[in-house]
Design a protein around this ligand. Structure first.
Ligand code: PGA
Length: 245
C-alpha cells in the first residue's frame, strides 16, 4: 500500500455516509473553484443524501465545477438510465450547482469517439480534476475503466464487460436493459486528480479492495493505479476493509 494513502473505516452505514460527506466538503472547501467528478451507483447514494441534508447551504456549491465520470453511450437525453440525470437528481440539483458549471458526456453524440476527444480537450484547458470521488467495481474497474485499460488512457468510449453488464442489471431490471457501450474518463485523467476519495462498502468489495491497494500494480486491476498517486483517501465500511486493516 502506498504510504500517502489514508484509510478510514466506518463502523456502520450512517457513519460511512456522514464521513464521506464531510470528507468531500472538507476537501472542496480547501480549494478554489474546485473541479470535481462524482460516481453513480449504490455506494455513494447515502453520501449524496448526507451532503444534501447537512451541507446544502454551504457557499461552495455555487462555484463548484462538475465533470462526468462516466456515462452509457447511445441513450437519448431524457433516458432515466443516464448517469448525468442520476447525479443531477441525487446531488447537483439539490445542492444548486449551476447548470453552466456541469460538463457532461453527451450520451447520444453522433460520434462517441469524438465526444471522448471533446472531453480530453476540455480537461486540457479546464483540468486537472481537483477531486475525484470514485467507487470500485467488484472486478476492479474504476468508472468504466475495465480490466485491461491502459493506465495512460484519457477519456474514451468502450464496450461494457459482461461483468459490468451483470452488475448494472440490478438497477434497470435485468441485463437486457443495460446499454452495451459506455464512455468514461480514463485512468490518466483520474490519476491527475489532486485529491482522490474512494468509496467501498460491503463484503463484496473486500477482495478487490485488498488486491487494488496491496497487490501488484497491473492493468488487470484498474484500481491499482491508486497505489501510484498521492492524496488518496479510502473510505470503507468494516466489511469492505476486512483484508486491509
Ligand atoms: P456500486 O458500483 O457502488 O453500485 O457497487 C460501483 C462500481 O461498479 O463502480
Amino acid at each position: 500500500m502506498s504510504s500517502g494513502m489514508r484509510i478510514i473505516v466506518a463502523e456502520d452505514e450512517q457513519e460511512f455516509n456522514l464521513r464521506a460527506a464531510s470528507l468531500v466538503v472538507e476537501t472542496l472547501e480547501s480549494l478554489n473553484n474546485p473541479l470535481v467528478t462524482f460516481p453513480t451507483g449504490m455506494t455513494p447514494l447515502g453520501m449524496y443524501r448526507a451532503l444534501v441534508a447537512e451541507y446544502r447551504d454551504r457557499p461552495l456549491w455555487r462555484t463548484l465545477r462538475f465533470v462526468s465520470l462516466d456515462e452509457y453511450a447511445g441513450l437519448p437525453p431524457d433516458d432515466p438510465r443516464l448517469f448525468s440525470l442520476w447525479v443531477a437528481k441525487e446531488c447537483l440539483d439539490p445542492l444548486s450547482v449551476p447548470l453552466e458549471n456541469r460538463m457532461c458526456f453527451v450520451s447520444n453524440a453522433s460520434d462517441i469517439d469524438a465526444e471522448a476527444r471533446r472531453m480530453n480537450e476540455w480537461l486540457l484547458i479546464h483540468g486537472p480534476l481537483d477531486l475525484a470521488v470514485v467507487g470500485i467495481g467488484s472486478n476492479g474497474h474504476i468508472a468504466f475503466n475495465e480490466p485491461g485499460t491502459a493506465f495512460e488512457s484519457g477519456a474514451h468510449a468502450l464496450a461494457l464487460t459482461p461483468e459490468s453488464i451483470r452488475s448494472n442489471a440490478r438497477y434497470w431490471g435485468g441485463e437486457d436493459h443495460v446499454p452495451r457501450h459506455g464512455i468514461t474518463l480514463g485512468l490518466a485523467n483520474l490519476a491527475a486528480a489532486r485529491h482522490t476519495i474512494v468509496l467501498a462498502s460491503g463484503a463484496g468489495k473486500s477482495d478487490i479492495l485488498a488486491r487494488a491497494l496491496t497487490g501488484p500494480v497491473t492493468v488487470d486491476v484498474p484500481a491499482s493505479y491508486l497505489q501510484t498517486i498521492s492524496n488518496v483517501s479510502i473510505l470503507a465500511d468494516k466489511a469492505a476493509a476486512q483484508y486491509i486493516i
